[in-house]
Design a protein around this ligand. Structure first.
Ligand code: SAH
Length: 367
């Protein structure tokens, strides 16, 4: 029971049904409910996933007489861009979305020479309460629906196509929220993101990253879905004493349990697991912690792990800061010395509060 609550809070307050909520069978029944022939279901999905069109009034292969009915039944206008801010010479863009019920959350599109990545939210707010994370300070507002998650991806794909003349290549669940605490909707969204048109956007599963605080049973469950997405585990400390404070869910699932689940994920999928570690000056950046991190990861995951060090983005009102560069370099060196691959993550969007953990709670975000 407790686990069900942790995995999947109720559907309370979710928006009306949208095509992107539905799988193939559900799309067929939705079309039948409207009295339309079955082939329309595939046509609508092709328009949405293949051509990125979410307004039936622009679907020219749909009879004009049914467009309004289809719009009303299957294409509610779920997300409105309330604010858009860019930085890094236009290469990074944060969008503040407003849902139908007024709930706000954010996504960030990042353009790189070889890829376009969107960082999306799975929940409005977050219930995990990590003290160094801006989102964690505001608490959980609600889960996002599958379609609210998928719509963030569609919007990014449209921007990549129309503005960069390129395709959206990567999706990371590293915006607001704990994706595995909204399990079934995130899973459905991953399917829509990765399946080929007309069932999804056709983004390669290995280019989709699901990042988690370490809900061990949900990690195993995700492994068993065999989707082949990349798993990122937000560790941030190699010892339970410190992790209990930095990632409070550690009081429920200890480091050893999270690492065993990550190992299972790596074994089942054959994919290397990313371990996220925000380096915080004088909190978790000591040489002995680097040694312990390398040792534990090498022991638990062997070659199936890569460490991403994230320079801490200080949150307003907090005393914590990023580690000095010399401490960061020494940390990398020590982790590598234990045979574990380790790099420092490039941080984008700092000046527009779009960097890791900076997707602030509603109100503040609109600043
Ligand atoms: N709930 C998921 C996804 C959220 S954020 C998770 O925790 O993995 C994605 C990453 O950004 C996580 O590793 C998170 O710990 C990290 N992060 C949060 N706040 C940060 C901050 N202020 N500086 C650097 N990284 C941060």
């Amino acid at each position: 029971m407790v686990q069900e609550l942790v995995f999947d809070a109720p559907r309370r307050g979710l928006p009306p049904r949208h095509l992107a909520d539905l799988d193939e069978a559900e799309r067929a029944s939705a079309v039948a409910e409207l009295g339309l022939p079955a082939f329309r279901a595939k046509q609508l999905a092709q328009q949405y996933y293949g051509r990125l069109i979410a307004d039936p009034r622009q679907m020219t292969d749909l009879p004009a007489g049914v467009r309004d009915a289809v719009a009303g039944a299957m294409f509610p206008d779920l997300l409105t861009a309330a604010t858009e801010i860019t930085c890094d010479s236009g290469q990074t863009r944060k969008t503040l979305w407003r849902a139908i019920d007024g709930t706000t959350f954010e996504s960030v599109l990042m353009r790189y020479p070889q890829r376009n990545t969107v960082c999306i939210s799975s929940q409005a707010g977050c219930g995990m309460a990590c003290p160094f994370c801006a989102t964690g300070q505001g608490g959980l507002t609600r889960n996002l629906s599958t379609a609210e998650i998928v719509e963030q991806v569609r919007a990014a794909a449209v921007a990549a196509r129309d503005e960069f003349g390129d395709r959206l290549s990567n999706v990371v669940f590293m915006g607001m929220g704990e994706p595995l605490a909204n399990y079934s909707r995130v899973l459905a969204a991953v399917r829509r993101i990765t399946e080929a048109p007309p069932h999804g956007f056709g983004i390669s599963a290995r280019s989709v990253t699901v990042s988690t605080v370490g809900l061990a049973p949900a990690i195993r469950k995700l492994a068993d879905e065999r989707l082949g997405v990349t798993l990122a585990l937000s560790l941030h400390a190699p010892d339970d004493e410190l992790r209990d404070t930095l990632v409070p869910v550690n009081n429920r699932w200890k480091i050893s349990e999270a690492l065993e689940a990550a190992r299972y994920y790596g074994d089942v999928t054959g994919r290397r697991v990313s371990v996220e570690y925000a380096l915080i000056r004088d909190v978790n950046d000591q040489p002995w912690r680097a040694d312990l991190l390398g040792k534990r990861l090498h022991g638990a995951l062997g070659p199936l792990v890569h460490v991403n060090l994230i320079p801490l983005n200080p949150t307003p009102g907090s005393d914590w800061d990023a580690s000095p560069k010399a401490a960061e370099r020494e940390f990398v060196r020590r982790v590598r010395a234990r045979g574990v691959s380790c790099t420092v993550r490039d941080t984008r969007g700092r000046e527009i509060s779009a960097a890791c953990g900076q997707l602030a709670a509603e109100g503040k975000a609109a600043r």
